[in-house]
Design a protein around this ligand. Structure first.
Ligand SMILES: [Zn+2]
Length: 244
């Protein structure tokens, strides 16, 4: 039976029996884990955020159970509450949407240090009052998809794999990227994408930080990414419906 220490961002929390909670966390060294914390409920509610609330960063001590993938969390200390999120509904919704996407994409018990860092930086950015919410989310989605290995294909046709430089390309959410004119029959729903928008999308996909985007551009990229996610993910995202 192993005992481990990890930094953990809480993705979800649910009540369990009288006084306990179940949490899903993304950790720095152990990937996504599910854990049981006994006796956490009934603690005096505080006006500050407390340990193991959703969208907080904590240091936890947990141990494996022999019988299931559920871990027992014996200690948790709040490291970063990202408290400013609670005072800004739009920033909170963006943060929740990023956390949900990480939850859907990351498999349990598979180390994903880079994705943990990405989520942590994104929560810090949102809590620090960065108001470019659309740009922050676009950056998060594109980096996450790249780290998870299923980012949209932006250089070549997803049908025939020919490079698309200089050619007119169509965006196909279903095929996971672009289609050349000859392959358009593969997705009747594919739509032309303006070269400028494609350039902006590629630039966002490569940028180490969120790029400044015009509102219209951000909206157009976001719509295409959301359609991509709807086709590529196994289950629909709740936060995507919420934020429209
Ligand atoms: Zn093609």
């Amino acid at each position: 039976m192993g005992i481990h220490t990890a930094d953990a961002i809480v993705l979800r929390q649910y009540p369990y029996r009288e006084t306990s909670v179940l949490v899903t966390c993304l950790t720095d060294r152990f990937g996504k884990i599910k854990g049981l914390i006994k006796g956490l409920r009934g603690v005096q509610p505080s006006r500050y955020r407390s340990a193991m609330e959703p969208l907080t960063l904590n240091r936890i001590i947990f141990y494996d159970t022999r019988t299931s993938s559920l871990h027992l969390i014996s200690q948790c200390d709040l490291l970063e509450p990202f408290g400013a999120l609670t005072r800004d509904l739009a920033a909170m919704q963006t943060a929740a949407s990023c956390a949900e996407l990480a939850d859907v994409i990351v498999e349990s018990d598979e180390p994903q240090g880079a994705i943990f860092e990405l989520l942590k930086q994104t929560l810090r950015r949102l809590a620090s009052g960065d108001t470019r919410l659309a740009a922050v989310r676009i950056h998060f989605v594109l980096r996450l998809l790249r780290l998870a290995g299923f980012h949209p294909q932006l250089d070549e046709c997803t049908g025939c794999t020919q490079p698309l430089q200089g050619q007119r390309a169509c965006w196909s959410a279903r095929q996971g990227g672009l289609l050349c004119e000859r392959c358009l029959h593969q997705d009747p729903g594919a739509e032309p994408i303006a070269p400028r928008l494609l350039e902006a999308l590629s630039a966002c996909a490569q940028a180490p930080e969120p790029l400044a985007l015009e509102a219209e551009e951000a909206q157009a990229i976001r719509q295409r990414l959301d359609a991509f996610l709807r086709w590529q993910l196994d289950r629909p995202l709740k936060t995507m419906r919420m934020s429209g």
